[in-house]
Design a protein around this ligand. Structure first.
Ligand code: PHE
Length: 362
């Protein structure tokens, strides 16, 4: 047996005997590494005569190719064995039934506010809106002044604001009275175009059947160089159809006033309240659901952008109110009483993620 044959036998034996990747790598280095046995053989080709090289060249190169292939085969076998091992140890018993309800139906239900927030986000995410947020304790400047509500403006009274004590520099914080403050934060921090949706807690010192000191809002902001009122109408109509899960809605845009939009509108949707539940898309009643408008040029300028170049719309609506309308809860205060009987009745299963493809509610 030639030297080449016996070397091959030896290397092949070592490959077959190696038990893991590390051992195999050691065999590879010993054979094909810089100073490996096969590499050394290859180096001898240079010193050979042309005739000798013609004979030995193919032999040595053939050895190298077979060793390389055997190493690759063994490596593949290790990978396959590792995968097989994982498949066996990480097996999931798919015949087990999925539990759609928590063991105790009163506990572990998703609050309607969380559900409705997820539904609204799913709808706007589908339209290409990005989620943005800001803090509950907000600068007076962002909650009011930069939104074109200067210190003496009467709108400040209407917001029943919770004020914090001024800090050492005299800057006053407030519990944000609306999510519109996040418009300012976002515009100051990012470059246009903007297409964002914001959801979160808001606070006003107010309490009755339809008002609680803490409530939830969702805010939308779209700014670029060409967005107009028509886009706003289309966006809100598509949103309402998707949210109330109806084929068509009739909406009414009523002229209104917000210091940070011009023109401004309040939006009502047509509904039927004659029966025990509210029905959308029919009837003679109108329900106000949100405020909106074209972002005021002063607000755009306050955020350092050129209002002759950038324009767009904003809207804001109460999440709790939307939940009451869609799911028929009569009293807002019950939302925050943590009564398990209420949660059991109105809560949602944690396993049902709202999506436009899978359905908002099932
Ligand atoms: N921030 C307003 C409110 O809380 C709603 C609104 C948002 C109106 C955006 C217009 C544009 O009442």
């Amino acid at each position: 047996m030639s030297d080449i044959d016996s070397l091959e036998k030896e290397i092949m034996g070592a490959i077959a005997a190696s038990g893991d990747d590390a051992a195999l790598e050691a065999v590879r280095v010993a054979a094909l590494g810089k100073k490996g046995s096969v590499s050394e053989l290859l180096k001898t080709l240079g010193a050979m005569s042309a005739d000798e090289r013609k004979v030995k060249g193919p032999l040595i190169n053939g050895l190298k190719d077979r060793v390389t292939a055997a190493l690759a085969d063994k490596k593949e076998a290790f990978a396959a064995a590792a995968l097989q091992h994982r498949l066996e140890t990480e097996r999931v018993d798919i015949t087990l039934p999925v539990r759609t309800e928590p063991l105790d139906p009163g506990a572990g239900r998703l609050h309607p506010v969380g559900q409705v927030t997820d539904e609204i986000i799913a709808i706007f995410a589908d339209m290409g809106f990005q989620l943005a947020d800001g803090p509950d304790i907000e600068l007076d400047d962002y909650n009011f002044t930069k939104l074109n509500i200067p210190p003496e403006h009467p709108a400040r009274q209407m917001h029943d604001t919770f004020y914090m004590r001024p800090d050492a520099n005299g800057a006053r914080h407030v519990l944000r009275t609306h999510t519109s403050a996040v418009q300012i934060r976002h515009m100051l921090a990012q470059k246009p175009p903007y297409r964002i949706i914001v959801t979160g807690r808001t606070y006003r010192s107010d309490s009755d059947q339809t008002h609680t000191p803490m409530f939830h809002q969702v805010e939308g902001l779209v700014i670029d160089e060409s967005t107009h009122m028509g886009h706003l109408k289309w966006t809100l109509e598509e949103f309402c159809k998707a949210f109330f899960e109806v084929k068509s809605v009739t909406m009414r845009f009523r002229a209104s006033h917000f210091p940070f939009t011009e023109p401004s509108a309040e939006v009502d949707i047509q509904c039927d309240r004659s029966g025990s539940e509210v029905k959308f898309g029919q009837g003679n009643d109108w329900l106000e659901i949100l405020g909106c408008g074209m972002v005021h040029p002063k607000v755009i300028a306050n955020c350092g952008l050129d209002p002759s170049r950038y324009q767009g719309f904003a809207f804001g609506c109460g999440v709790d109110r939307m939940a009451m309308l869609k799911y028929g809860m009569p009293d807002l205060r019950a939302f925050f009483e943590s009564d398990l009987r209420w949660l059991k009745h109105y809560g949602f299963s944690l396993l049902e993620q709202p999506s436009l493809a899978g359905g908002l509610t099932r």
